[in-house]
Design a protein around this ligand. Structure first.
Ligand code: PMP
Length: 356
């Protein structure tokens, strides 16, 4: 090893889902929204101008739109380049204690990557046998807590009482609730912001707002937390949000009717698809997200994953302990899901014609 090589930061990076080039693929592997963003976003797209100028480093317009939307003050909102950026900034800002930060073992697989990157000690807490988070695991002294609600990739959504208990047990550290999927029917922790000054709620435009390609995420919390996040951001890169992201992000927030309608359609399709999965011999935890985490009673998940892929349908498979016989299937349009059901039906039908 060369002397300079010794000083290189060694990390095992996060592995994002595949982004195939072929547009004909039914893409149900990365929890994107199958619907286009609001037509208001497309209209605004034509108005993008002044790209030669730096964007507003304070991102005031977008922050104000989000604050108004959620009934908060502007100083309670922080925005970043997707919630990945916001969560990474939050790790850097809030998790500087000596005690380990806690999160579930089966959860968003980027958490341990950021912890390793920033050399933050952490402990993973195993989900119970039904894939539920156990509050009692988070009762011991720790350096902070983060969990997604609904959890990913399980899709299980915990209620407000659960989040309140988690906060009640962890008042000396920052508790982050990653609400990437909350708009698909879950109960948000936002209503607890007044009660708990150590709560940070993180959201994204990537799922429920159909804007994964634009990269917008945001955090909401006490103004002291938001102030601290901004200080770290401006010590790293002041211009994280591009002019297009600010302009189009505001247009999306302003079209609430479209947002609600597309979410309603996804929830409806999810409920229909879940019943189809029952019929085909799959089991899954009840989903509160835009995906279903399913396992088949006979067919191995890996085999279904590979055969679906060969047939042009991409779903997500994680070759990890406890979940290596599950598939995470994003809810697409009804038409896409019908094609998937047809494919699964053929696969699950045994030689004598009965569904396995
Ligand atoms: N949190 C969770 C739980 C996720 O599944 C994802 C999507 N990969 C993210 C955060 C990050 O999403 P984005 O950076 O697109 O906002």
């Amino acid at each position: 090893m060369k002397p300079w090589e010794k000083n290189i930061r060694r990390v095992t990076p996060y592995t994002p889902g595949e982004q195939p080039k072929d547009k004909n693929i039914i893409k149900l592997n990365t929890n994107e929204n199958p619907y286009e963003p609001s037509p208001k976003v497309a209209e605004k797209y034509r108005e993008i101008q002044d790209l030669r100028l730096y964007p507003d480093p304070k991102v005031e317009e977008l922050i104000h739109a989000l604050a108004v939307y959620h009934g908060l003050e502007d100083n309670q909102v922080f925005v970043g380049v997707g919630s990945d950026d916001v969560i990474a900034m939050s790790f850097l800002t809030f998790f500087n204690g000596e005690l380990p930060v806690c999160f579930p073992d089966i959860s968003y697989s980027f958490y341990d990557v950021w912890a390793d990157l920033y050399k933050i000690p952490y402990t993973v807490k195993p989900l119970d046998e039904d894939f539920r988070i156990r509050v009692k695991d988070y009762e011991e002294k720790n350096g902070g807590v983060i969990f997604p609600n609904p959890n990913a990739p399980t899709g299980i959504c915990e209620n407000l009482e659960f989040v309140r208990q988690m906060l009640a047990e962890n008042q000396d550290v920052v508790v982050i609730v990653d609400e990437a999927y909350i708009d698909f029917g879950g109960e948000s922790a936002l209503s607890l912001l007044d009660e708990y000054e150590n709560l940070l709620v993180i959201r994204t435009f990537s799922k429920s707002r159909s804007l994964a390609g634009l990269r917008i995420g945001y955090a909401m919390g006490n103004s002291a937390l938001i102030h601290a996040l901004n200080a770290v951001k401006h010590s790293y890169n002041s211009y994280t949000m591009s002019r297009p992201a600010i302009l189009l992000g505001v247009a999306s927030v302003e079209d609430d009717a479209y947002f609600k309608e597309t979410n309603r359609k996804i929830i409806e399709t999810r409920e229909w698809f879940s019943k189809e999965l029952d019929r085909l011999g799959f089991t899954y935890p009840k989903s509160g997200a835009n995906f279903v985490f399913a396992t088949h009673k006979y067919l191995p998940a890996k085999e279904i994953f590979e055969k679906a892929k060969a047939a042009g349908i991409y779903v997500r498979y994680f070759d990890k302990p406890r979940i290596d016989n599950y598939l995470r299937i994003t809810i697409g349009t009804k038409e896409q899901m019908e094609k998937l059901v047809k494919f699964l039906e053929t696969l699950c039908t045994s030689v004598d014609g009965s569904v396995m």
